[in-house]
Design a protein. Structure first.
Length: 322
């Protein structure tokens, strides 16, 4: 890593009740863990992009989980190190020390709870470090979402009341007292409260970007709950649905399963894709048959787009005649 830039990411396994506990008190600990997983995986994608720009990525994980479990979750070719079991300041200081000891000449640590943090901010921080000693990205809660440094000064991490609204201000004061050159990035919002989470949901909804947590595989088991308010309608639907999709008739159950899998991809329903993939396997369909069914779907969808091109040609030819 000699002469290298390094990106530092801190992460914990997204276990219910172990991450985003402050948020969990408002929206539920299971949902908070899902939010943390989404945000952390966004940070990992930033790490992938950093690696494509010759930036080393050092992931410091909570040692209670074990490295193998973290590697299995993250699934990226990063450098993995256990965090120290001390205050956040101590953990960051030791992470910087270890990263610089590995040969990095500049390093940036980012938070995993800033949904709008992009690679542009990381690049900006490294650019700023060409002319300053410290780069900081202030967060709306009074902390910071990014800290970039050249070989660190240990005093920068001492005497700070971590996880308080004073972190950014106190850090800037300490930078001044140490006589270091400093530059700030623009402010971004983190997600630690229910209000911040709701603003995040509204923000991504306004962009038309569905949350990846919309689909939860475990919700498939809750399918029957949808009929609780009108059980008589649900019973009629379920009887017909079972007869149409699973009962032997002119088509075998395996054939119906393959049709169901193809239709599931046509309507792009992740729950149906899960259900019919499992049903295909249970009825003896193999991967070649399932793949062929999906190709039939793709061909029909593509053909539908092309055949509607006839309408376009008709209009063009009609107008051209004038």
């Amino acid at each position: 890593m000699t002469g290298a830039k390094a990106l530092i990411i801190f992460a914990k396994l997204p276990e219910t009740g172990e991450v985003k506990t402050r948020l969990g008190k408002d929206i539920g600990f299971e949902k908070a863990a899902t939010v943390y997983r989404e945000l952390a995986e966004t940070a990992f994608k930033l790490g992938e992009r950093a690696r494509s720009h010759d930036i080393q990525v050092c992931l410091f994980y909570d040692p209670s989980a074990g490295e193998s479990a973290v590697r299995n979750w993250v699934g990226r070719d990063f450098h993995y190190f256990p965090q120290e079991r001390n205050s956040l300041g101590d953990r960051m200081r030791r992470a910087f020390d270890r990263t610089f000891a590995g040969g990095a000449t500049t390093a940036v640590v980012i938070g995993t709870d800033i949904p709008e943090l992009g690679f542009a901010e990381i690049q900006e921080a490294f650019s700023l470090l060409d002319s300053v000693d410290v780069a900081l990205g202030p967060a709306t809660d009074g902390g910071y979402y990014l800290l970039g440094m050249k070989p660190p000064t240990k005093e920068l991490f001492s005497g700070i009341a971590w996880s308080t609204p004073e972190v950014y201000r106190k850090t800037v004061e300490k930078i001044g007292l140490l006589g270091l050159r400093f530059a700030a990035l623009h402010e971004l919002a983190d997600i630690d409260t229910a209000d911040a989470y709701r603003r995040y949901v509204r923000h991504i909804s306004s962009k038309g970007a569905p949350m990846s947590s919309y689909y939860e595989s475990k919700d498939l088991a809750k399918f029957g709950n949808i009929g609780r308010n009108r059980p008589e309608l649900w019973e009629k639907f379920l009887s017909w649905y079972t007869e149409a999709t699973a009962a032997e008739g002119a088509l075998t159950k395996r054939e119906k399963s393959l049709i169901g899998l193809a239709v599931a991809h046509t309507v792009q329903c992740p729950y149906c894709i899960d259900a019919y993939t499992n049903q295909c396997l249970e009825t003896g369909a193999n991967l070649d048959q399932m793949t062929e069914a999906i190709h039939v779907t793709a061909a029909v969808r593509g053909g539908a787009s092309l055949v509607h091109g006839v309408q376009c040609r008709n209009i063009v030819e009609k107008l051209s005649m004038g």
